[in-house]
Design a protein around this ligand. Structure first.
Ligand SMILES: [Zn+2]
Length: 240
């Protein structure tokens, strides 16, 4: 049973990818409903998908000009769709290329602070929420690559981050040996009251990884990895 639970996220990633490449795969859809039955029984938690930045705040920009905000949104929307398909309740902090600052914020820095405060309000105002924030990494040396998970100090965050990190490392990039890290420096993670993780999907400063991140196929894999890890985490939480 333990081994089965350990393998379940990888199995779900495989199934999700099979469904993604073949929309007409009705047999896979049947397998799905069995796997997600326990998550569907209790619709209470709301997964909040948070694509970082947006609007005037493009976040990091790759050497070839790819803005982090757009990529975060693409991956966020794909994740939202998959999680809904799996029967989970999902909300988003933004589903368009906008900053969600309050109207009284005028300067760019005021808008940035207001946008982050509103994201915190949204998460903390949602009952039984789980936050998944989506970002891209950037570093001065181009050699660094690989997804990295950060988590809040709140209960349940570390377990979710570790599961996500292990699915990323196994399914997406076996050469990635990063470990999930707690972060008190990330504004959103330090202020939320629910379980929350921040996924740095990859490095825009690494040309090879940036090329991969641009592709629809890799964005689908990222969304599948996030959705699988979350589904299993929730299924376990509600089977206890
Ligand atoms: Zn970012």
């Amino acid at each position: 049973m333990r081994l089965f639970r350990k393998m379940l996220p990888y199995y779900i990633v495989t199934v999700l990818l099979a469904v993604l490449v073949s929309a007409a795969a009705s047999q896979s859809v049947t397998a799905f409903s069995v796997l997600t039955a326990s998550a569907e029984r209790d619709p209470k938690p709301t997964v909040i998908v948070d694509p970082g930045h947006g609007g005037e705040d493009g976040g990091a920009v790759s050497p070839s000009g790819l803005r982090e905000s757009g990529l975060n949104l693409e991956i966020g929307l794909r994740t939202r769709d998959l999680l809904r398909f799996l029967g989970l309740r999902v909300g988003m902090t933004r589903d368009r290329d906008v900053s969600i600052h309050s109207p009284e914020a005028k300067t760019i820095s005021e808008k940035k602070v207001s946008d982050l405060k509103n994201r915190v309000l949204l998460v903390n105002g949602t009952e039984d929420a789980i936050l998944v924030s989506i970002h891209q990494n950037m570093f001065s040396e181009p050699k660094y690559r690989g997804a990295q998970l950060f988590y809040a100090r709140t209960a349940g965050s570390r377990e979710l981050a570790e599961r996500l990190q292990s699915v990323f490392d196994t399914e997406l990039d076996p050469s990635n040996h990063r470990l999930a890290k707690e972060s008190e420096e990330i504004y959103l993670l330090s202020r939320i009251r629910c379980p929350g993780v921040l996924v740095e999907c990859g490095f825009l400063s690494n040309p090879e990884e940036e090329r991969l991140l641009r592709t629809e196929a890799y964005q689908k894999k990222l969304a599948a990895a996030i959705s699988a890890a979350l589904t299993v985490q929730l299924a376990e939480r509600y089977s206890e």
